[in-house]
Design a protein around this ligand. Structure first.
Ligand SMILES: Nc1nc2c(ncn2[C@@H]2O[C@H](COP(=O)(O)OP(=O)(O)O)[C@@H](O)[C@H]2O)c(=O)[nH]1
Ligand SMILES: [Mg+2]
Length: 301
């Protein structure tokens, strides 16, 4: 195991990463996000330090108030002396999305607070796929010692739902109004909710929406918040704290699932819809059995 020149410097910054130093965290995130030559060293350095942070996903349609709520939630965590990393995934406008979040959090005076680290991820252009990239960024923040990592994603599109799947507690944020309910139901995001939030509880339809959600999702806590005023946020933090972790989200289980997802996606990409339909029809009609059809699919390139 010969050490080459420059290894010492490399080890130093990775040690500083594990100690939670901000410049080292930023460098490590850039490395795993862009899969640079430094990424393997980062992953190797953090591998034994994973699974300690709670990972909380905030998902919901654009404009529901996720960023504002995340800012308020971060304030609440800081009041409780917890440290927190924030990963914002905004498919439409990564930079403005990050800036919006940054502005709000700055307004609630987290700038310069070493207990808070905020990073926004663009949803396009990730070699490893968005959910895999997000998982690694989360891991960096976990290993750097933050008590919680909050992930904000828009709950539309498979990618974003997959990112939410990484969280050990999934908070679905909705704004009052019938139209939004339908949208949320259509997008399937109600199904992934461990906690439902009706934000903008200051608006007239909030009560009705909250009751509709309670009826639709028995057993899932429905919490009313006014993110701008910070109202209901302590209740939300209590609800999150009392929620058990989903076991599927521990780093090994999660990586296993991401790996299987990727393998299935690769398999799936070998055949188009028409081809898959034709194969399925052959199985239906007994012209091919399942095993042979699967072999045909596996042999395709
Ligand atoms: N009336 C009201 N507006 C809110 C509340 N929380 C957020 N907003 C506003 O909703 C808009 C969208 O908020 P934002 O946090 O950017 O939503 P995101 O797209 O889900 O991240 C902004 O204009 C916020 O000021 C609230 O509790 N009440
Ligand atoms: Mg936002």
């Amino acid at each position: 195991m010969g050490r080459i020149m420059g290894d010492q410097a490399a080890t130093d910054w990775l040690t500083r990463l594990l100690a939670g130093e901000r410049t080292a965290i930023a460098r490590a995130i850039t490395a795993v996000e862009n899969e640079t030559a430094e990424a393997p060293a980062v992953l190797s350095a953090i591998a034994d330090r994973l699974g300690r942070a709670r990972i909380i996903g905030f998902t919901g349609s654009p404009g529901a108030g996720k960023s504002t709520l995340v800012g308020a939630y971060v304030s609440e965590l800081r009041r409780r002396c917890h440290t927190v990393g924030v990963v914002a995934v905004d498919p439409s406008s990564p930079f403005s999305g990050g800036a919006v979040l940054g502005d709000r959090v700055r307004m609630t005076s987290h700038a310069g607070d070493t207990g808070v680290f905020i990073r926004s991820l663009a949803s396009r252009g990730h070699l490893g796929g968005l959910s895999r990239t997000a998982a690694r960024v989360i891991d960096v923040l976990d290993a750097a010692g933050f008590d919680q990592v909050v992930v904000e994603t828009v709950g539309a599109g498979q990618n974003e739902i997959e990112v939410a799947e990484i969280a050990d507690c999934r908070v679905v944020v909705c704004a009052p109004g019938f139209g939004d309910d339908i949208q949320a139901i259509k997008a399937g995001i109600l199904e992934i909710a461990d906690i439902l939030v009706v934000n903008k509880a200051d608006l007239p339809l909030a009560e009705r929406t909250a009751r509709q959600f309670a009826a639709l999702t028995p057993g899932v806590p429905v919490i009313r918040t006014q993110a701008i005023a910070g109202k209901g946020v302590a209740e939300l933090a209590d609800a999150i704290a009392s929620r058990p972790r989903r076991p599927a989200t521990d780093p090994l289980n999660r990586t296993r699932r991401l790996l299987l997802d990727l393998a299935v996606a690769r398999f799936r990409s070998r055949i188009d819809d028409a081809g898959l339909d034709a194969l399925a029809k052959q199985v239906l009609r007994g012209e091919t059995d399942f095993e042979s059809a699967a072999d045909i699919l596996g042999a395709k390139r």
